[in-house]
Write a protein that binds this ligand. Structure first.
Ligand SMILES: N[C@@H](CCC(=O)N[C@@H](CS)C(=O)NCC(=O)O)C(=O)O
Ligand SMILES: [Fe+2]
Length: 431
Protein backbone atom coordinates (compact mmCIF):
# COMPACT_ATOMS: atom_id res chain seq x y z
CA UNK A 1 0.00 0.00 0.00
CA UNK A 2 1.46 3.37 -1.00
CA UNK A 3 0.25 6.35 1.02
CA UNK A 4 0.61 10.04 0.19
CA UNK A 5 0.02 12.85 2.65
CA UNK A 6 -2.11 15.61 1.12
CA UNK A 7 -2.43 17.92 4.12
CA UNK A 8 -2.70 17.65 7.89
CA UNK A 9 -6.22 16.19 7.60
CA UNK A 10 -5.86 13.80 4.70
CA UNK A 11 -3.74 10.91 3.50
CA UNK A 12 -4.70 9.15 0.25
CA UNK A 13 -3.61 5.60 -0.21
CA UNK A 14 -3.83 2.39 -2.20
CA UNK A 15 -5.95 -0.50 -0.92
CA UNK A 16 -5.03 -1.18 2.73
CA UNK A 17 -5.34 -4.62 4.32
CA UNK A 18 -7.91 -5.06 7.08
CA UNK A 19 -5.04 -5.86 9.45
CA UNK A 20 -3.68 -2.32 8.93
CA UNK A 21 -6.74 -0.62 10.43
CA UNK A 22 -5.66 -1.01 14.08
CA UNK A 23 -2.32 0.65 13.23
CA UNK A 24 -4.14 3.59 11.59
CA UNK A 25 -5.96 4.25 14.83
CA UNK A 26 -2.68 4.08 16.81
CA UNK A 27 -1.12 6.53 14.33
CA UNK A 28 -3.84 9.05 15.19
CA UNK A 29 -6.24 8.62 12.27
CA UNK A 30 -9.93 9.10 13.09
CA UNK A 31 -11.60 7.79 9.93
CA UNK A 32 -11.39 5.73 6.76
CA UNK A 33 -13.05 6.74 3.50
CA UNK A 34 -13.46 3.86 1.06
CA UNK A 35 -13.67 5.17 -2.53
CA UNK A 36 -13.65 1.72 -4.12
CA UNK A 37 -16.88 0.10 -5.35
CA UNK A 38 -17.22 -3.53 -4.32
CA UNK A 39 -16.29 -6.23 -6.82
CA UNK A 40 -13.37 -4.56 -8.60
CA UNK A 41 -10.92 -7.34 -7.72
CA UNK A 42 -11.18 -10.65 -5.83
CA UNK A 43 -8.44 -9.58 -3.40
CA UNK A 44 -10.33 -6.51 -2.21
CA UNK A 45 -11.91 -6.78 1.27
CA UNK A 46 -15.07 -4.83 0.30
CA UNK A 47 -17.42 -2.38 2.01
CA UNK A 48 -18.84 -4.58 4.76
CA UNK A 49 -15.50 -6.07 5.83
CA UNK A 50 -13.89 -2.61 5.87
CA UNK A 51 -16.79 -1.18 7.85
CA UNK A 52 -16.41 -4.00 10.43
CA UNK A 53 -12.63 -3.63 10.66
CA UNK A 54 -12.96 0.16 11.06
CA UNK A 55 -15.52 -0.28 13.84
CA UNK A 56 -13.29 -2.77 15.66
CA UNK A 57 -10.34 -0.37 15.37
CA UNK A 58 -12.44 2.53 16.70
CA UNK A 59 -12.30 4.41 13.38
CA UNK A 60 -15.32 6.02 11.75
CA UNK A 61 -16.00 4.84 8.20
CA UNK A 62 -17.60 6.29 5.06
CA UNK A 63 -18.38 4.52 1.80
CA UNK A 64 -18.01 6.92 -1.15
CA UNK A 65 -17.48 4.51 -4.06
CA UNK A 66 -16.57 5.96 -7.48
CA UNK A 67 -15.25 4.82 -10.83
CA UNK A 68 -12.88 7.14 -12.68
CA UNK A 69 -15.19 7.55 -15.66
CA UNK A 70 -18.40 8.36 -13.79
CA UNK A 71 -17.44 10.83 -11.07
CA UNK A 72 -20.20 13.38 -10.46
CA UNK A 73 -20.55 16.44 -8.27
CA UNK A 74 -22.48 14.27 -5.78
CA UNK A 75 -19.33 12.15 -5.32
CA UNK A 76 -17.15 15.20 -4.74
CA UNK A 77 -19.63 16.59 -2.21
CA UNK A 78 -19.99 13.14 -0.61
CA UNK A 79 -16.20 13.00 -0.17
CA UNK A 80 -16.16 16.49 1.35
CA UNK A 81 -18.95 15.64 3.76
CA UNK A 82 -17.14 12.43 4.84
CA UNK A 83 -14.00 14.49 5.48
CA UNK A 84 -16.00 17.07 7.44
CA UNK A 85 -17.68 14.59 9.71
CA UNK A 86 -14.48 12.57 10.36
CA UNK A 87 -13.51 14.64 13.41
CA UNK A 88 -9.78 14.07 12.85
CA UNK A 89 -7.21 12.91 10.30
CA UNK A 90 -8.51 10.65 7.51
CA UNK A 91 -7.15 7.90 5.27
CA UNK A 92 -9.02 7.83 1.97
CA UNK A 93 -8.32 4.95 -0.36
CA UNK A 94 -9.33 3.44 -3.68
CA UNK A 95 -7.12 0.91 -5.49
CA UNK A 96 -4.12 3.20 -5.98
CA UNK A 97 -5.13 6.44 -4.22
CA UNK A 98 -5.72 8.27 -7.50
CA UNK A 99 -9.53 8.48 -7.29
CA UNK A 100 -9.32 9.65 -3.67
CA UNK A 101 -6.93 12.45 -4.61
CA UNK A 102 -9.07 13.32 -7.62
CA UNK A 103 -12.17 13.73 -5.43
CA UNK A 104 -10.24 15.95 -3.02
CA UNK A 105 -8.75 18.15 -5.74
CA UNK A 106 -12.03 18.55 -7.64
CA UNK A 107 -13.70 19.74 -4.42
CA UNK A 108 -10.93 22.28 -3.92
CA UNK A 109 -11.40 23.61 -7.45
CA UNK A 110 -15.23 23.70 -7.27
CA UNK A 111 -14.98 25.66 -4.01
CA UNK A 112 -12.38 28.09 -5.41
CA UNK A 113 -9.47 27.06 -3.17
CA UNK A 114 -7.42 25.75 -6.13
CA UNK A 115 -7.28 26.94 -9.73
CA UNK A 116 -8.06 24.44 -12.50
CA UNK A 117 -4.61 25.19 -13.96
CA UNK A 118 -2.94 24.05 -10.70
CA UNK A 119 -4.45 20.56 -10.74
CA UNK A 120 -1.85 18.71 -12.81
CA UNK A 121 1.08 20.25 -10.91
CA UNK A 122 -0.56 19.34 -7.60
CA UNK A 123 -0.90 15.76 -8.86
CA UNK A 124 2.75 15.63 -9.98
CA UNK A 125 3.91 16.95 -6.61
CA UNK A 126 2.11 13.99 -5.00
CA UNK A 127 3.27 11.45 -7.58
CA UNK A 128 -0.24 10.94 -9.01
CA UNK A 129 -1.33 11.75 -12.58
CA UNK A 130 -4.42 13.99 -12.39
CA UNK A 131 -5.01 14.47 -16.14
CA UNK A 132 -8.44 12.85 -15.63
CA UNK A 133 -9.33 15.57 -13.10
CA UNK A 134 -8.50 18.28 -15.64
CA UNK A 135 -10.66 16.49 -18.22
CA UNK A 136 -13.50 16.30 -15.69
CA UNK A 137 -13.29 20.06 -15.06
CA UNK A 138 -13.30 20.82 -18.80
CA UNK A 139 -16.48 18.78 -19.27
CA UNK A 140 -18.06 20.33 -16.17
CA UNK A 141 -17.41 23.85 -17.44
CA UNK A 142 -18.86 23.12 -20.86
CA UNK A 143 -22.09 21.54 -19.60
CA UNK A 144 -25.44 23.20 -20.29
CA UNK A 145 -27.62 23.20 -18.29
CA UNK A 146 -25.75 23.38 -14.98
CA UNK A 147 -27.50 21.02 -12.56
CA UNK A 148 -27.30 21.39 -8.80
CA UNK A 149 -28.81 18.58 -6.72
CA UNK A 150 -30.00 19.00 -3.13
CA UNK A 151 -30.40 15.73 -1.24
CA UNK A 152 -33.03 15.62 1.50
CA UNK A 153 -31.90 12.87 3.92
CA UNK A 154 -35.30 12.75 5.66
CA UNK A 155 -37.08 11.51 2.52
CA UNK A 156 -34.08 10.46 0.38
CA UNK A 157 -35.38 12.87 -2.29
CA UNK A 158 -33.30 14.90 -4.68
CA UNK A 159 -34.37 18.46 -5.50
CA UNK A 160 -32.77 20.23 -8.43
CA UNK A 161 -31.91 23.70 -9.63
CA UNK A 162 -31.32 23.53 -13.38
CA UNK A 163 -29.77 26.69 -14.75
CA UNK A 164 -28.72 28.20 -18.05
CA UNK A 165 -25.25 29.74 -17.61
CA UNK A 166 -25.92 32.12 -20.51
CA UNK A 167 -29.10 33.78 -19.23
CA UNK A 168 -28.86 32.89 -15.51
CA UNK A 169 -32.44 31.63 -15.69
CA UNK A 170 -33.32 28.44 -13.86
CA UNK A 171 -35.98 25.85 -13.10
CA UNK A 172 -36.48 24.27 -9.69
CA UNK A 173 -37.54 20.62 -9.87
CA UNK A 174 -39.25 18.59 -7.14
CA UNK A 175 -38.63 20.88 -4.14
CA UNK A 176 -39.46 19.47 -0.70
CA UNK A 177 -41.52 21.18 2.00
CA UNK A 178 -40.22 19.77 5.28
CA UNK A 179 -42.67 17.88 7.48
CA UNK A 180 -42.18 16.11 10.78
CA UNK A 181 -45.00 13.62 11.21
CA UNK A 182 -44.28 13.18 14.90
CA UNK A 183 -44.92 16.80 15.87
CA UNK A 184 -47.01 17.78 12.84
CA UNK A 185 -44.55 20.62 12.15
CA UNK A 186 -43.96 21.91 8.62
CA UNK A 187 -40.79 23.75 7.68
CA UNK A 188 -39.02 25.47 4.82
CA UNK A 189 -35.38 24.65 5.63
CA UNK A 190 -34.94 22.63 2.41
CA UNK A 191 -36.76 25.12 0.17
CA UNK A 192 -34.91 28.04 1.74
CA UNK A 193 -31.57 26.32 1.03
CA UNK A 194 -32.62 26.26 -2.63
CA UNK A 195 -33.57 29.93 -2.52
CA UNK A 196 -30.24 30.87 -0.97
CA UNK A 197 -28.39 28.96 -3.72
CA UNK A 198 -30.51 30.76 -6.34
CA UNK A 199 -29.62 34.08 -4.74
CA UNK A 200 -25.91 33.37 -4.29
CA UNK A 201 -25.60 32.28 -7.94
CA UNK A 202 -27.54 35.32 -9.16
CA UNK A 203 -30.23 33.15 -10.80
CA UNK A 204 -33.75 34.04 -11.79
CA UNK A 205 -36.37 31.34 -11.23
CA UNK A 206 -38.35 30.79 -14.41
CA UNK A 207 -40.16 27.58 -13.50
CA UNK A 208 -41.15 25.55 -10.44
CA UNK A 209 -41.66 22.02 -11.71
CA UNK A 210 -42.91 18.80 -10.18
CA UNK A 211 -42.39 15.48 -11.93
CA UNK A 212 -45.37 13.84 -10.21
CA UNK A 213 -47.64 14.18 -7.17
CA UNK A 214 -45.24 12.74 -4.58
CA UNK A 215 -46.36 10.08 -2.12
CA UNK A 216 -43.56 10.41 0.42
CA UNK A 217 -43.10 14.15 0.99
CA UNK A 218 -44.86 17.48 0.57
CA UNK A 219 -44.03 19.57 -2.49
CA UNK A 220 -42.64 23.05 -1.80
CA UNK A 221 -43.90 24.28 -5.18
CA UNK A 222 -46.54 26.60 -3.79
CA UNK A 223 -44.22 28.02 -1.12
CA UNK A 224 -41.58 28.75 -3.78
CA UNK A 225 -44.16 30.32 -6.08
CA UNK A 226 -45.10 32.70 -3.28
CA UNK A 227 -41.43 33.52 -2.71
CA UNK A 228 -40.36 33.93 -6.34
CA UNK A 229 -43.51 34.61 -8.36
CA UNK A 230 -42.43 31.91 -10.85
CA UNK A 231 -45.11 29.69 -12.43
CA UNK A 232 -45.74 26.15 -11.13
CA UNK A 233 -46.12 23.27 -13.57
CA UNK A 234 -46.77 19.51 -13.56
CA UNK A 235 -47.99 16.89 -16.08
CA UNK A 236 -51.53 17.25 -17.46
CA UNK A 237 -52.53 13.77 -16.25
CA UNK A 238 -52.48 15.19 -12.73
CA UNK A 239 -56.24 15.63 -13.16
CA UNK A 240 -56.59 11.81 -13.10
CA UNK A 241 -54.61 11.64 -9.88
CA UNK A 242 -56.84 14.35 -8.43
CA UNK A 243 -59.96 12.38 -9.37
CA UNK A 244 -58.55 9.15 -7.94
CA UNK A 245 -57.63 10.71 -4.60
CA UNK A 246 -60.78 12.83 -4.49
CA UNK A 247 -62.58 9.51 -4.07
CA UNK A 248 -60.14 8.17 -1.48
CA UNK A 249 -60.36 11.35 0.62
CA UNK A 250 -64.11 11.86 0.02
CA UNK A 251 -63.36 15.43 -1.04
CA UNK A 252 -66.21 16.65 -3.28
CA UNK A 253 -65.07 20.29 -3.24
CA UNK A 254 -61.59 19.50 -4.61
CA UNK A 255 -61.15 21.07 -8.06
CA UNK A 256 -60.00 18.23 -10.29
CA UNK A 257 -59.07 20.32 -13.31
CA UNK A 258 -55.41 20.98 -12.45
CA UNK A 259 -56.15 24.68 -11.96
CA UNK A 260 -53.89 24.67 -8.89
CA UNK A 261 -50.93 24.89 -11.35
CA UNK A 262 -50.09 27.65 -13.83
CA UNK A 263 -49.23 25.19 -16.60
CA UNK A 264 -50.06 21.54 -17.25
CA UNK A 265 -47.56 19.90 -19.63
CA UNK A 266 -48.63 17.30 -22.16
CA UNK A 267 -46.41 14.64 -23.73
CA UNK A 268 -43.89 16.16 -26.13
CA UNK A 269 -44.63 19.73 -25.13
CA UNK A 270 -41.65 22.05 -25.61
CA UNK A 271 -40.60 24.83 -23.25
CA UNK A 272 -37.39 26.70 -22.43
CA UNK A 273 -35.15 27.22 -19.45
CA UNK A 274 -33.41 30.45 -20.39
CA UNK A 275 -32.03 29.77 -23.86
CA UNK A 276 -32.00 25.96 -23.42
CA UNK A 277 -34.60 23.84 -25.20
CA UNK A 278 -36.63 21.61 -22.93
CA UNK A 279 -39.46 19.14 -23.44
CA UNK A 280 -41.70 16.78 -21.58
CA UNK A 281 -41.99 13.00 -21.87
CA UNK A 282 -45.07 11.40 -20.31
CA UNK A 283 -43.64 8.61 -18.14
CA UNK A 284 -46.40 7.02 -16.04
CA UNK A 285 -46.28 3.73 -14.10
CA UNK A 286 -45.09 4.98 -10.71
CA UNK A 287 -48.07 7.36 -10.78
CA UNK A 288 -50.74 8.13 -13.39
CA UNK A 289 -49.30 11.60 -13.99
CA UNK A 290 -45.51 11.17 -13.92
CA UNK A 291 -43.50 13.12 -16.49
CA UNK A 292 -39.80 13.38 -17.33
CA UNK A 293 -38.32 16.79 -18.05
CA UNK A 294 -35.60 16.74 -20.74
CA UNK A 295 -33.68 20.00 -20.46
CA UNK A 296 -30.74 20.24 -22.87
CA UNK A 297 -28.77 16.99 -22.40
CA UNK A 298 -30.24 16.35 -18.94
CA UNK A 299 -33.26 14.12 -18.24
CA UNK A 300 -35.02 14.43 -14.88
CA UNK A 301 -36.47 10.95 -14.66
CA UNK A 302 -37.74 11.18 -11.05
CA UNK A 303 -39.23 7.88 -9.88
CA UNK A 304 -38.84 5.67 -12.96
CA UNK A 305 -35.28 4.40 -12.69
CA UNK A 306 -32.98 5.16 -9.79
CA UNK A 307 -29.16 5.05 -9.88
CA UNK A 308 -27.63 2.19 -11.91
CA UNK A 309 -26.88 0.31 -8.65
CA UNK A 310 -30.44 0.80 -7.36
CA UNK A 311 -32.98 -0.45 -9.90
CA UNK A 312 -36.35 1.20 -10.41
CA UNK A 313 -39.20 2.93 -8.60
CA UNK A 314 -42.15 1.02 -7.19
CA UNK A 315 -45.34 0.74 -9.20
CA UNK A 316 -47.89 -0.30 -6.55
CA UNK A 317 -49.44 3.03 -5.52
CA UNK A 318 -53.09 3.62 -6.52
CA UNK A 319 -52.94 4.13 -10.29
CA UNK A 320 -49.49 2.51 -10.58
CA UNK A 321 -48.55 -0.26 -13.02
CA UNK A 322 -45.30 -2.19 -13.53
CA UNK A 323 -46.15 -2.78 -17.20
CA UNK A 324 -46.79 0.90 -17.84
CA UNK A 325 -43.59 1.78 -15.95
CA UNK A 326 -41.60 -0.58 -18.17
CA UNK A 327 -42.80 1.23 -21.30
CA UNK A 328 -42.03 4.63 -19.77
CA UNK A 329 -38.52 3.45 -18.95
CA UNK A 330 -38.04 2.31 -22.56
CA UNK A 331 -38.88 5.85 -23.67
CA UNK A 332 -36.17 7.23 -21.37
CA UNK A 333 -33.64 4.63 -22.56
CA UNK A 334 -34.28 5.67 -26.17
CA UNK A 335 -32.65 9.05 -25.43
CA UNK A 336 -29.01 9.32 -26.58
CA UNK A 337 -26.60 7.23 -24.47
CA UNK A 338 -24.74 10.32 -23.24
CA UNK A 339 -27.91 11.97 -21.88
CA UNK A 340 -27.34 12.83 -18.23
CA UNK A 341 -29.93 11.10 -16.06
CA UNK A 342 -30.99 12.71 -12.77
CA UNK A 343 -33.11 10.60 -10.46
CA UNK A 344 -35.79 11.57 -7.92
CA UNK A 345 -34.63 9.46 -4.96
CA UNK A 346 -31.54 7.67 -3.78
CA UNK A 347 -31.87 5.03 -1.07
CA UNK A 348 -28.06 4.60 -0.68
CA UNK A 349 -27.46 0.85 -1.16
CA UNK A 350 -24.71 -0.53 1.09
CA UNK A 351 -24.79 2.73 3.06
CA UNK A 352 -22.91 4.56 0.30
CA UNK A 353 -23.08 8.35 0.01
CA UNK A 354 -26.11 9.81 -1.81
CA UNK A 355 -25.76 9.87 -5.62
CA UNK A 356 -28.21 11.07 -8.24
CA UNK A 357 -26.54 11.50 -11.63
CA UNK A 358 -25.76 8.86 -14.25
CA UNK A 359 -26.22 8.51 -18.01
CA UNK A 360 -28.66 6.62 -20.22
CA UNK A 361 -25.76 4.37 -21.32
CA UNK A 362 -24.76 3.49 -17.75
CA UNK A 363 -28.37 2.77 -16.81
CA UNK A 364 -28.88 0.54 -19.82
CA UNK A 365 -25.64 -1.40 -19.27
CA UNK A 366 -25.67 -1.83 -15.50
CA UNK A 367 -29.05 -1.16 -13.86
CA UNK A 368 -30.06 -4.54 -12.38
CA UNK A 369 -33.73 -3.94 -13.29
CA UNK A 370 -32.85 -3.28 -16.95
CA UNK A 371 -29.65 -4.99 -18.11
CA UNK A 372 -30.57 -8.28 -19.80
CA UNK A 373 -34.20 -8.03 -18.63
CA UNK A 374 -37.26 -8.05 -20.89
CA UNK A 375 -40.75 -6.69 -20.24
CA UNK A 376 -42.06 -9.89 -18.63
CA UNK A 377 -38.95 -10.22 -16.45
CA UNK A 378 -39.25 -6.62 -15.32
CA UNK A 379 -42.92 -6.97 -14.41
CA UNK A 380 -42.26 -10.15 -12.41
CA UNK A 381 -39.32 -8.61 -10.58
CA UNK A 382 -41.09 -5.28 -9.92
CA UNK A 383 -44.34 -6.84 -8.70
CA UNK A 384 -42.47 -9.28 -6.44
CA UNK A 385 -40.45 -6.49 -4.87
CA UNK A 386 -43.50 -4.23 -4.48
CA UNK A 387 -45.23 -6.95 -2.42
CA UNK A 388 -42.41 -6.61 0.13
CA UNK A 389 -42.64 -2.81 0.48
CA UNK A 390 -44.71 -1.03 3.11
CA UNK A 391 -46.60 2.07 1.97
CA UNK A 392 -44.50 5.25 2.34
CA UNK A 393 -45.08 6.56 5.83
CA UNK A 394 -46.37 9.89 4.52
CA UNK A 395 -48.53 8.72 1.60
CA UNK A 396 -51.84 9.75 3.20
CA UNK A 397 -50.36 12.99 4.51
CA UNK A 398 -48.66 13.91 1.25
CA UNK A 399 -51.23 13.27 -1.46
CA UNK A 400 -53.83 15.66 -0.03
CA UNK A 401 -51.20 18.41 -0.08
CA UNK A 402 -49.59 17.52 -3.40
CA UNK A 403 -52.78 17.27 -5.45
CA UNK A 404 -53.20 20.90 -4.39
CA UNK A 405 -49.74 21.79 -5.74
CA UNK A 406 -48.17 21.74 -2.28
CA UNK A 407 -50.80 23.96 -0.61
CA UNK A 408 -51.52 23.02 2.99
CA UNK A 409 -55.21 22.56 3.90
CA UNK A 410 -57.03 25.83 4.67
CA UNK A 411 -57.15 26.70 8.39
CA UNK A 412 -60.41 25.85 10.23
CA UNK A 413 -62.32 28.51 12.23
CA UNK A 414 -59.77 28.22 15.07
CA UNK A 415 -56.97 29.15 12.70
CA UNK A 416 -55.55 25.61 12.77
CA UNK A 417 -54.84 23.49 9.67
CA UNK A 418 -55.74 19.78 9.76
CA UNK A 419 -54.98 16.75 7.61
CA UNK A 420 -57.58 14.04 7.06
CA UNK A 421 -56.90 10.30 6.67
CA UNK A 422 -59.12 7.55 5.37
CA UNK A 423 -58.86 4.36 7.43
CA UNK A 424 -58.49 0.98 5.73
CA UNK A 425 -58.46 2.53 2.26
CA UNK A 426 -55.04 1.35 1.04
CA UNK A 427 -53.61 -2.13 0.79
CA UNK A 428 -50.19 -2.95 2.20
CA UNK A 429 -50.92 -3.15 5.91
CA UNK A 430 -48.32 -5.08 7.93
CA UNK A 431 -50.89 -7.70 9.14
N1 LIG B 1 -39.55 4.07 3.30
C1 LIG B 1 -39.90 5.16 2.43
C2 LIG B 1 -40.38 4.57 1.11
C3 LIG B 1 -40.60 5.59 0.09
C4 LIG B 1 -41.03 5.01 -1.25
O1 LIG B 1 -41.90 4.12 -1.33
N2 LIG B 1 -40.45 5.56 -2.31
C5 LIG B 1 -40.86 5.27 -3.64
C6 LIG B 1 -40.71 6.52 -4.48
S1 LIG B 1 -41.89 7.73 -3.99
C7 LIG B 1 -40.07 4.13 -4.28
O2 LIG B 1 -40.12 3.94 -5.47
N3 LIG B 1 -39.37 3.33 -3.50
C8 LIG B 1 -38.63 2.23 -4.01
C9 LIG B 1 -38.13 1.33 -2.94
O3 LIG B 1 -38.35 1.65 -1.76
O4 LIG B 1 -37.52 0.33 -3.32
C10 LIG B 1 -40.99 6.00 3.10
O5 LIG B 1 -41.68 5.51 3.98
O6 LIG B 1 -41.12 7.18 2.72
FE1 LIG C 1 -42.53 9.10 -5.98
Amino acid sequence: MSAVRVDERLVVSGQPQLGDFGGFAKDGFAAIINNRPDGEHPSQPGNEAEMDAAKKAGLSYSFVPVTGSSITEADIRGFQSALRKAGGPVIAHCQSGKRSLMLFVLGEVLDGRMGAEEVQGFGRAHGIDLAAASDWLRTWNSQRPRVKGFFDPRTSSIQYVVSDPETQKCAIIDPVLDFDEKSGATGTVSADAILSYVKSEGLEVEWILDTHPHADHFSAAHYLKQKTGAPMAIGDHVVEVQKLWQGIYNWPTLRTDGSQWDRLFSHGEPFKVGSIDARVIFSPGHTLASITYVIGDAAFVHDTIFMPDSGSARADFPGGSARVLWHSIQGILSLPDTTRVFTGHDYQPGGRHPRWESTVGEERRTNPHLAGIDEAGFITLREARDKTLAMPKLILHALQVNIMGGRLPEPEDNGQRYLKFPLNALSGSPW
